[in-house]
Design a binder for this molecule. Structure first.
Ligand code: AHG
Ligand code: MN
Ligand code: MN
Ligand code: MN
Length: 329
């Protein structure tokens, strides 16, 4: 019995995904190959994020995106990397990216698979230039009809997600992934370019001691939201990174609540349903937490357009239920 590294069996992301495929009798291996492409994209972006300041990858491109945001160089690079990797996998059918105005339907029949991938190639762009942690978020749906794929295929509830995950490029690089039976975390060992399982079967505490919301928007909050924030700050600590991936990763591991509520300034909230709200809601629910707009379960939302937004609260079950109780009063 040879013990390596931490003296235990080191499970790589690749090995774990293959084990999931072997446990699923109907699996064809397509999702395994799609996740391999996403894994490659995350490794590549992780390495570019580390070097960004040294290889002139910080700062703006001078362009704006469909969101009306100033686009950073790393936004574009990450988008190109994931788009190319997903197309090359031959397992994607429709791609929805925060950075692309329209859905991309894979035209080449030889490269068209059966999955829809919604992704935020670089989340937390405002934190890139100051080196604060950022990430990539993705959600995977199965297309209805890969013969005649249509953008409308993606305008359905988050209950149709079959997989979702994020990669956080922080003091350590971690991939958090669910294929519908729990949540596992894998830390990148850059020396060997492998994600190693470090957080098996993540389960959230039923209540935390941290609340996370941009209180710079307090004056725009509705009454129930103001009342909730006024009371939660009497008992909890405040933490707000400003990258959804980082705020969610801390909430997933430590418990507590994160929110980006709809308010007078952002009537539909800021976070985008298909590639921020749905994937994070899927993961938080899979880890035993709760995802709510304040008045309904976030996964029951049905977007009308691919870049639709929604108010969202995510976190420990009891904390989110407490928030919801203010909307019932
Ligand atoms: P993105 O960088 O992909 O556009 O997302 C930014 C989002 C999200 O990461 C974060 O939770 C939120 O913007 C922060 O918004 P504020 O700066 O308005 O708090
Ligand atoms: Mn953006
Ligand atoms: Mn984002
Ligand atoms: Mn983004």
């Amino acid at each position: 019995e040879i013990s390596v590294g931490r003296g235990e069996d080191l499970v790589t992301l690749t090995r774990w995904v293959i084990s999931q495929q072997q446990d699923a009798p109907e699996a064809t291996g397509d999702l395994t190959l799609l996740l391999a492409a996403i894994q490659f994209g995350c490794k590549f972006v992780a390495s570019k994020v580390k070097q960004a300041g040294l290889i002139n990858l910080l700062g703006l491109t001078g362009a704006a995106n469909v969101q009306g945001e100033e686009v950073k160089k790393l936004d574009v690079l990450a988008n190109d990397i994931f788009r190319n990797a997903l197309i090359a996998s031959g397992k994607a059918c429709i791609l929805i990216s925060e950075e692309d105005e329209n859905a991309m339907v894979i035209q080449d029949k030889n490269l068209r698979g059966k999955y829809i991938v919604t992704f935020d190639p670089l989340d937390g762009s405002s934190n890139i230039d100051c080196g604060v942690s950022i990430g990539t978020i993705f959600g995977i749906f199965k297309v209805d009809d890969s013969e005649n794929p249509n953008e409308k295929d993606v305008l359905r509830s988050g209950r149709n997600l079959i997989s979702a995950g994020y990669c956080m490029y922080g003091s350590y690089c971690e991939m958090i992934l669910s294929v519908g039976n729990g949540v596992n975390g894998f830390t990148l060992d850059p020396a060997i370019g492998e994600f190693i399982m470090t957080h098996p079967n993540i389960k959230m505490p039923s209540r935390g001691k941290i609340y996370s919301v941009n209180e710079g928007n307090y004056k725009h909050f509705d009454e129930p939201c103001k009342k909730y924030v006024d009371q939660v700050k009497q008992k909890y600590s405040a933490r707000y990174v400003g990258s959804m991936v980082s705020d969610i990763h801390r909430t997933l591991l430590y418990g507590g609540i994160f929110g980006y509520p709809a308010d007078a300034k952002s009537k539909r909230g800021k976070l985008r349903i298909l590639y921020e709200v749905f994937p994070m809601s899927f993961l938080i629910e899979q880890a035993g937490g709760k995802a709510s707009t304040g008045t309904q379960n976030a996964l029951d939302l049905i977007p009308e357009h691919i870049h639709d937004r929604s108010g969202i609260w995510l976190g420990s079950k009891e904390d989110v239920e407490e928030l919801e109780s203010f909307y019932k009063q």
